[in-house]
Design a protein around this ligand. Structure first.
Ligand code: ZN
Length: 221
C-alpha cells in the first residue's frame, strides 16, 4: 500500500503538515489493503499523485484529544483504531479536494458512511457494527457542526482559501477543446456559475437587455 506524502493529495499533505505530522507518520494514503475493505481506493489524481479520502496515521502522532481536535479542525473525521497489534488513526477527509480538472470527486460509499457515522447522534465508529464511539473519541457537537458544513457546502477548512477551480463548460459534450464556451465558469459552494450571455449564445439563443424594465431575456433569435 502507498504511504508517505506522495500517497496523499497535496492539500491533504498541506493540512497534515500544518498540524505537525511528518511523512513517516502517513502509513497509508490511497491504496488497496484488504484490511481497509476498499475505503482507501483512489478517486482521482492531482499533480501526478493519486488520492482518496481515507488516510491512516501512525500512533507516533499520539492518540490524544489535542491531536483529535487538530485533525477535526483541519477537516478530517479522526477515528482512533484501538486495535491490539494494529493501533492507528483512520481519518476520513471531508473537504472537497479537487482533481487536476478542478472537480471534487465524490466520496466512495464506505468513507461516505464513515463520515455520516461520525456526524451521527450519538457519533458512531464507522465500522460494520456502527457502534457508538467511546466518549473519549467522540466529536463535540460544535465539531460535528463544523465538519457537516464542510461536507455539505464544500467550504474549505478554517484558515484555507478556496482554490480556483479549473473548469470548462463544453458543448456539445463530445466537442472537446473546440466546444469550450468561454463563460468564465466557477464553482461556488458546489453550484456552477458563469456568464449567462456567453453560454446562451453558444447554444444558439440571444440575450437581450430591456433597459426600461432593467431585465435581461434569453430568446430564440
Ligand atoms: Zn484506514
Amino acid at each position: 500500500m502507498a504511504k508517505g506524502w506522495t500517497s496523499l493529495h497535496p492539500f491533504q499533505e498541506q493540512r497534515l503538515r500544518a498540524i505537525g505530522l511528518n511523512g513517516n507518520q502517513i502509513t497509508q494514503g490511497y491504496g488497496y489493503a484488504m484490511a481497509s475493505a476498499g475505503s482507501h481506493a483512489p478517486v482521482g489524481a492531482k499533480d501526478g499523485r493519486q488520492f482518496g479520502h481515507c488516510i491512516d496515521l501512525s500512533i507516533s502522532y499520539a492518540p490524544n484529544r489535542p491531536h483529535f481536535d487538530a485533525l477535526a479542525r483541519a477537516g478530517f473525521c479522526p477515528f482512533y483504531r484501538n486495535w491490539p497489534g494494529n493501533y492507528h488513526w483512520h481519518v476520513v477527509d471531508v473537504a472537497w479536494i479537487r482533481n487536476d480538472t478542478g472537480i471534487a470527486p465524490r466520496h466512495l460509499d464506505l468513507p461516505r458512511r464513515q463520515v455520516l457515522d461520525f456526524l451521527a447522534t450519538p457519533p458512531r465508529n464507522g465500522l460494520v457494527g456502527h457502534d457508538a464511539l467511546p466518549s473519549a473519541w467522540r466529536p463535540t457537537e460544535a465539531q460535528q457542526a463544523y465538519l457537516r458544513r464542510l461536507w455539505e457546502t464544500g467550504a474549505m477548512p478554517d484558515g484555507y482559501a478556496t482554490p480556483d477551480p479549473i473548469l470548462k463548460v463544453i458543448y456539445p459534450p463530445n466537442a472537446g477543446a473546440a466546444g469550450v464556451i468561454p463563460c468564465a465558469p466557477e464553482l461556488v459552494n458546489g453550484k456552477l456559475r458563469g456568464n449567462l450571455a456567453e453560454f446562451a449564445e453558444a447554444l444558439g439563443f440571444e440575450v437581450v437587455w430591456n433597459a426600461a424594465q432593467r431585465k435581461g431575456y434569453v430568446r430564440k433569435p
